[in-house]
Design a binder for this molecule. Structure first.
Ligand SMILES: *[C@@H]1O[C@H](CO)[C@@H](O)[C@H](O)[C@H]1NC(C)=O
Ligand SMILES: *[C@@H]1O[C@H](CO)[C@@H](O)[C@H](O)[C@H]1NC(C)=O
Ligand SMILES: *[C@@H]1O[C@H](CO)[C@@H](O)[C@H](O)[C@H]1NC(C)=O
Ligand SMILES: *[C@@H]1O[C@H](CO)[C@@H](O)[C@H](O)[C@H]1NC(C)=O
Ligand SMILES: *[C@@H]1O[C@H](CO)[C@@H](O)[C@H](O)[C@H]1NC(C)=O
Length: 352
């Protein structure tokens, strides 16, 4: 009896997950987070089945929002507070039309950082992507970060609403590139366990990664996937991709779209999962990530991002969303200057 009930619940959440990823929501205009659906501000569970809540995958293209760095490991730091996130999320939405916030490097290892992001998402009717912090693959800090996420999903206060706010959950940002959890067989096992657990809450899971790592994740000469790449794919509900021409030789900004376009075609043909470009960047000034990079500046930065916006129809055709990396905390990659004004002012990416 008990076993049967668990099975049924699992089946229900799985069918909800499928609807969420294939797009069977029958009232797209009221859906979340691209439609008019509003989250209950008292954190109660919305009065709508989970499978009817999320917008269909076919609406998930073009500008999604920002990577949101949370890189202070002191959980009591103001940057990890609800107040600070609430203020930033509101600006992202009002000034740019953002609908999803991608938590980036949440180095506080307590549930509080995920709870505060969830509450700020609710307050602003925005979705949030959870991310397990890997400490660049060093040690097993990821286990504490993962537990903090499970604690929120299991909590009496946040657990009911969480699957309606948490868009997806990444088992690390570039976890393979950084060798998290060994980066091989054990990593794949733990990714599978994370996915099963998140799926049991009704939340899709995967990794955020540079899939273009020839002979490592992508196949030789970028053709197909390696065995490891195939295993990541088999254990993922979606592809969150880092497409980063900034780091390819000393490419000029006006030479980057060819590579981005090539990657879009490759991701679509080879990985072929619901896809978002979660990390892609250009710098408006010198950056320690690539000190000798020559073609940087506010005008180059503006060109880079406006090109993504200009290509909205192309991204729509391939059903690919993108995030601007980053909001504030990654130096000259940020859209927000230290004084709070924007590097690209008065710009609202299109919903084509
Ligand atoms: C983090 O969690 C630990 C253990 O639950 C708790 O003792 C500590 O006060 C928390 N820290 C913050 C800053 O929330
Ligand atoms: C953490 O941040 C709080 C709030 O800013 C501060 O009071 C506390 O001293 C900090 N703790 C550490 C260990 O730095
Ligand atoms: C890119 O810009 C440079 C000048 O910065 C120019 O010389 C070059 O022809 C341009 N390339 C393309 C593909 O437009
Ligand atoms: C791949 O692209 C085609 C159109 O070119 C699109 O119809 C399809 O949905 C894309 N596949 C995925 C998984 O997004
Ligand atoms: C903010 O800082 C940027 C970069 O230093 C500068 O260009 C801009 O004029 C400043 N804006 C205000 C309102 O001070």
């Amino acid at each position: 009896m008990h076993k049967l009930r668990i099975c049924k619940i699992l089946l229900l959440t799985r069918s909800g997950l499928r609807a969420r990823l294939s797009g069977k929501a029958d009232k797209p205009s009221t859906c979340f987070p691209y439609g008019s659906a509003k989250l209950p501000k008292d954190l109660s569970k919305p009065d709508i089945p989970l499978e009817d809540w999320w917008c269909p995958q076919s609406m998930a293209y073009g500008f999604q929002g920002f990577s949101y760095p949370l890189e202070v490991d002191n959980c009591s730091d103001p940057s990890n507070s609800f107040e600070s996130m609430n203020k930033d999320f509101a600006r992202m939405k009002a000034d740019f039309g953002a609908s999803i916030v991608r938590m980036y490097y949440p180095t506080c290892l307590n549930a509080s950082v995920f709870e505060n992001a969830l509450r700020a998402g609710v307050a602003n009717d925005m979705a949030v992507i959870f991310q397990v912090w890997t400490n660049f693959g060093i040690g097993d800090v990821w286990k504490q970060s993962q537990q903090a996420i499970y604690d929120v999903m299991d909590s009496a206060e946040y657990g009911h609403i969480a699957p309606y706010v948490v868009h997806s959950a990444d088992f690390g940002s570039e976890p393979i590139g950084d060798g998290m959890d060994g980066g091989g067989d054990q990593f794949i096992i733990d990714l599978g366990l994370f996915r099963t657990k998140m799926n049991s809450y009704g939340v899709p899971a995967g990794i955020s990664e540079d899939w273009d790592r020839p002979d490592w994740i992508s196949g030789p000469n970028g053709v197909g996937l390696t065995d490891l790449g195939e295993e990541v794919k088999a254990n993922s509900d979606y592809c969150h991709a880092h497409v980063m021409p900034f780091y390819h030789g000393d490419l000029l900004v006006n030479e980057t779209w060819d590579y981005i376009q090539e990657q879009i075609v490759w991701l679509n043909g080879t990985v072929n999962l619901p896809t978002m470009i979660t990390e892609t960047q250009w710098a408006w000034g010198p950056t320690s990530h690539y000190p000798d990079k020559s073609d940087v500046g506010v005008s180059q930065y503006t060109k880079y991002w406006k090109k993504y916006d200009d290509e909205c129809e192309y991204l729509k055709k391939f059903n690919i969303g993108w995030f601007l990396h980053a909001w504030y905390g990654e130096g000259t990659f940020d859209i927000v200057f230290d004084n709070g004004s924007y590097v690209i002012p008065h710009w609202r990416p299109r919903k084509c």
